[in-house]
Design a protein around this ligand. Structure first.
Ligand SMILES: *Cc1c(COP(=O)(O)O)cnc(C)c1O
Length: 414
């Protein structure tokens, strides 16, 4: 493969995510992307099976997002939200509030998923402080993933969050199995200390792609109400139609959290943006004559106009194009094709939900070998842990979805 000069020169300087740099090989140089295809420097094309960490819901370079962002770039790329207002952020907040159930009406913008979760945690603690109560801990779940910053690591799965290695730096939280009994036991014992319960509703994503049902979430809601704890849904993975039934998992489950976090597909995979959205009950606890009771947070680039324009364009597309139907069609095809690998030695489980397909292995022998085989077959996938998964753009045509699934099956068998 030809190595472009910028890759050869920059390789020593770019510190890669989740990568042992001592053994890291050259990364694949991508020169352009379109629809569900990535074009490499040597002319090869890959079908993107994970939509850049499931952000590119409408595929790459959807013309509506492209023209909207271009127009915004030429009028107002960014202005600080501290004291100044601009149309894109205000319209986006109004639209998100209208789309989300009940009184999830108060939108705080930031630029990454981890920060949105940090803000949700800070909001929950201060919600209690503002009412004269000190609740500083969180209940979260094994198999969960909520980000890579120090506070969000503390509510991830203990292995994923490297709680052992970072003992003393990452705060101690209550992380239990996501079962009604564990939830009840933890809240009965520690309820008075717990500011909020954090969960990825219906599917725990990057921590292992585990599924649970709406009944579990109803149980959580009731348990939180019993003990006064706030309920936070982290929909950074499941939000924006990934699961095929509704735009948000809270809608599908019919359970309304007190705070919800969104990011990833919010801008359709174009610009970094996230939102922490609270119900009246939470927001009202910050209303006071005492300035110290305000939410003391304010990322420099919060509500960036380019990102908000992209998000507004992305919401237009969810309104105008049949994304949920497409997600369901992708899901049906993935369910049918991936089933072929069930029962293969080394395969622990096959599961699908919406435009998400998962093959769980009993043990991952060599994820680098897998990745290389997928690339040989013209597919971009990035297995982790024991998991081979696909989260393609929701616009991926069904021939490409079949190709992704068939390659997953074939390579797993090998
Ligand atoms: C990706 C993800 C995050 C972290 O988002 P970043 O933008 O990577 O910081 C948090 N929660 C969930 C559920 C995620 O999938």
């Amino acid at each position: 493969m030809t190595t472009p000069d910028w890759l050869a020169a920059g390789q020593r300087h770019v510190w890669l995510p989740y990568t042992q740099m001592k053994t890291a090989g050259a990364q694949l140089p991508v020169v352009s992307a379109s629809g569900s295809r990535l074009k490499l420097a040597d002319g090869r094309e890959l079908v993107d099976g994970i939509a850049s960490w499931w952000t590119a819901a409408h595929g790459y370079r959807h013309p509506h997002i492209e023209t909207t962002v271009e127009r915004q770039l030429k009028t107002l790329p960014h202005v600080m939200l501290g004291g100044l207002a601009h149309e894109q952020a205000y319209r986006l907040a109004t639209r998100l509030a209208a789309l989300l159930p009940a009184d999830l009406d108060h939108v705080f913008f930031s630029e990454s998923g981890s920060v949105a979760v940090e803000i949700a945690m800070k909001m929950a603690v201060q919600y209690w402080l503002n009412q004269g109560e000190r609740r500083t801990r969180f209940l979260s779940f094994t198999g969960g993933y909520h980000g890579d910053t120090l506070a969000t690591m503390s509510v991830c799965d203990p292995d994923e969050g490297m709680h052992g290695m970072f003992r003393g730096v990452v705060p101690d939280q209550f992380v239990v199995d996501l079962t009604p009994d564990s939830v009840d036991a933890a809240l009965e014992k520690h309820g008075a200390e717990i500011a909020a319960v954090l969960v990825e509703p219906l599917v725990q994503g990057a921590g292992g792609m585990r599924f649970h049902d709406a009944e579990m979430l109803r149980h959580l809601r009731a348990a939180c109400d019993r003990h006064g704890a706030l309920l936070i849904f982290d929909e950074i993975f499941v939000g924006f139609g990934r699961l095929g039934e509704a735009l948000f998992a809270c809608e599908e489950a019919g359970v309304t959290p007190d705070i919800i976090t969104l990011s990833k597909a919010l801008t359709g995979g174009t610009l970094p943006l996230s939102a922490t959205i609270a119900r009246d009950r939470v927001f009202d606890a910050f209303l006071s004559d005492d300035p110290a009771k305000a939410l003391m947070h304010g990322p420099t680039y919060m509500g960036n106009a380019l990102a908000c324009a992209a998000a507004n364009a992305s919401l237009d597309l969810f309104e105008q194009e049949p994304r949920l139907d497409q997600a369901r069609a992708i899901g049906a095809l993935l369910a049918e094709r991936l089933e072929a690998v069930r029962g293969t030695p080394g395969v622990a489980d096959v599961r699908t939900k919406g435009a998400l397909g998962v093959i769980e292995l009993t043990r991952m022998r060599d994820s680098d070998w897998l990745k290389a085989r997928f690339i040989e077959e013209g597919i971009w996938l990035r297995p982790f842990g024991n998991i081979i998964y696909t989260t393609p753009p929701l616009t991926t045509d069904l021939d490409d979805v079949a190709r992704i699934a068939d390659v997953m099956v074939r390579v797993t068998r090998e």
